[in-house]
Design a protein around this ligand. Sequence first.
Ligand code: ZN
Length: 165
Amino acid sequence: MPERRIAFMNITKDTAVTLNYKITDPVTGKMLDSGDVAYLHGGYDNIFPKVEAALEGLAAGFAAAVDLAVADAFGERDESLVRVIPKSEFPPGVKVGGQLQGPGSDGRMTVFNVAKIKGAEVHLDGNHPLAGKALKFSAKVTEVRAATPEEIAHKHVHGGHGHHH
Ligand code: ZN
C-alpha cells in the first residue's frame, strides 16, 4: 500500500491564506460585513495586524475571533473628508451609495462615498464606512498554501479571492 500523507499547512510567513470572515459590532452583534478574502501572511499589511497575529500558526478549518479597537481597525473618522458639493457639479445620475475619487486632505486620491443628497447638495464622505468603530473580526481559515514567488514579489495573493490584474 502506498503511504498516504495529508499535509496540514500552518499559517506562517509567506503563506497565501483564504478566510471566510464576519465583521460585527462588538456591542450589539450586528453584522457589518462578511465575505471571503485571500491575503498574503507575514506583515505585508494586507489585513489588520491583530488579526494576522491571531491567525499565525493556524491551519485550514480553524477559526479565530479578535476584538479590534478603533485604532486597530479602520481608525478614527476624519471630518475633513466630509464634503458638500453642489449637485450641479456632478454628472446626471449621481446616487446615494455611489463612489467617486478625488484628492483627500493630504492630496492623495481618496474614494468618496455619496452619503446623502439633500436638495441641490451632495454630501460626500471620504471615510471608510467602518471608520470610527470598534469591530469584532471573526474568521474561519478555509485554505492555506505556500505563496508563489510572484505573489511575494507583488505583496498580495493572486486569483480566487485575491488580486486580479
Ligand atoms: Zn499581483
